[in-house]
Design a protein around this ligand. Structure first.
Ligand code: UDP
Length: 474
């Protein structure tokens, strides 16, 4: 018998300090601790994410405990978005500091739990935390990567680093009207490819971190990737062969904040609206829209005259010197007209909002969590992607799952910047709210039912998760 296996397997979860990573990993931790008899989870997040109240520690099973690690910036990492060069340098420094301090603090946590006779039997870590996999290997612990994007995107990166770099780069960098066919994936055009692969993208420096992740998986004896997706959603992509990497779809991992005091004024406002009449607009917690783009969006909303709830989140990673460019400031001249038809807030419980009967359309940046939340809530979308996997997610929403339309961006001749014009935004909103509303609502309702089946007892993701825990710990 394997000595590491025990009757009450103890998992260590380590999550990157970004909302889109914390939400699905906390949900998975809750599921393991709450539904699998005997299993326990320690959920480690950076001190900065506790300080920024990025999640609630309330209403969790007793078998789930919280812990911290340091990313070297306990008050929160801030960088200037005004220069690509300074952002790249600051991010590089931050990632290596996180590796150093993170390793130190998690080593203490692992050793401490060993001494207390509750050793970890498996470590689950999110994207960009390759150093956690290294640490697990140092302690001879098995680990699993929790991929918080779709399988399709995993497959694109996987193939990029395993034989297809040249072919993908050709489309990404040299042949903008070309396309690429990867095994078991739909035909991909430049606008569908994660922007980290596009050399001219200001965030392309993240590509090396994805390469590290893929290389690290190869060093594991039995590499496993838990994916926040499910069998019925991406059957073709899941049929792809990733050599010895085992893919375990366990999603959708959706969580609603259940702590006290989160019911905002906006809920009362939504209560006054008729069914499927309101636009919910959010570009997530990271993307920052250009001044021109924000103005175009304001003009579209004013012209469409449909009630809307627009979340402009506080981008706490931005440094003080960017203060003048805050999005709320940029839209100030439109505020009076906007406030006559809709509401602008700085945060909301998004999943609860999406489930509110008044919401008719989600204008979304297609972050993977938002994408899944639209499917789970059964809400049609206007897909308005900004960067990385959001480009691919938008394609999947429009072409594969058919729950909405994707905006068509336009390259401005003079400045060379890409913008979606107000008339195009308005056209997409009308298509989703009126012209094709019936089709999109029907498709969205079908996905809502399928997502519920996948995670309920006996569903595909439920079974995959149980098998994973059995294999690791029991
Ligand atoms: N979110 C929220 N309220 C907000 C804005 C965002 O609850 O006002 C949540 C949203 O429901 C999602 C996560 O934050 O679960 C954002 O993740 P996503 O992958 O969609 O986008 P990111 O912020 O990573 O770009």
């Amino acid at each position: 018998m394997d000595n590491n296996k025990s009757k009450s397997p103890h998992f260590l979860f380590v999550t990157f300090p970004a909302q889109g990573h914390i939400n699905p990993s906390l949900e998975l931790a809750k599921r393991i601790a709450g539904t699998i008899a005997g299993a326990r989870v320690t959920f480690a997040a950076s001190i900065s994410s506790y300080n920024r109240r990025m999640f609630s520690t309330e209403n969790v099973p007793e078998t789930l405990v919280f812990a911290t690690y340091s990313d070297g910036h306990d008050d929160g990492f801030k960088y200037s978005t005004s220069s690509d060069k300074s952002r790249k340098a600051a991010t590089g420094q931050y990632m290596s500091e996180m590796r150093r301090r993170g390793k130190e603090t998690l080593t203490e946590l692992i050793e401490d739990n060993r001494k207390q006779n509750r050793p970890f039997i498996c470590v689950v870590y999110t994207i960009l935390l390759t150093w956690v996999a290294e640490l697990a290997r140092e302690f001879h612990l098995p680990s699993a990567l929790l991929w918080v994007q779709p399988v399709t995107v995993f497959s694109i990166f996987y193939h990029y680093f395993n034989g297809y770099a040249e072919a993908i780069s050709e489309v990404a960098n040299n042949n903008p009207s070309g396309s690429i066919k990867l095994p078991s994936l739909p035909l991909l055009y430049l606008r569908d490819i994660p922007t980290f692969i596009v050399a001219s993208n200001p965030y392309a420096f993240f590509l090396s971190a994805f390469q590290e992740m893929m290389e690290s998986l190869k060093q594991d004896e039995n590499p496993k990737v838990l994916i926040n997706s499910f069998q019925e959603l991406e059957p073709e992509a899941l049929s792809s062969v990733f050599y010895n990497v085992k893919i375990v779809p366990v999603g959708p991992l959706i969580t609603s904040r259940t702590d006290s005091g989160t019911r905002g004024e906006y809920v009362e406002w939504l209560d006054t609206k008729s069914d499927s009449s309101v636009l919910y607009i959010s570009f997530g917690t990271l993307a920052v829209l250009s001044k021109k783009q924000l103005h175009e969006l304001c003009k579209a909303l004013i012209k469409s005259r449909r009630p809307f709830l627009w979340v402009i989140t506080d981008k706490s990673h931005r440094s003080k010197e960017d203060e003048a460019e805050k999005e709320e400031e940029i839209i100030k001249s439109f505020r009076q007209e906007l406030d006559e038809i809709g509401m602008v807030v700085s945060w909301c419980d998004q999943f609860s909002v999406l489930k509110h009967r008044s919401i008719g359309c989600f204008v979304t940046h297609c972050g993977w969590n938002s994408t899944l939340e639209s499917l789970v809530a059964g809400v049609p979308v206007v897909a308005f992607p900004q960067f990385n996997d959001q480009m691919t997610n938008a394609k999947l929403l429009e072409e594969c799952w058919r729950t909405g339309v994707r905006v068509m961006e336009k390259k401005e001749e003079e400045e060379g910047v890409v913008v979606v014009e107000s008339e195009e935004i308005r056209r997409c909103i009308e298509e989703v709210m009126e012209e094709k509303a019936e089709d999109f609502r029907r498709n969205a309702a079908r996905w809502r039912d399928l997502t519920a089946d996948a995670v309920s007892e006996g569903g595909s993701s439920f079974n995959h998760l149980k098998a994973f825990v059995d294999e690791e710990g029991m």
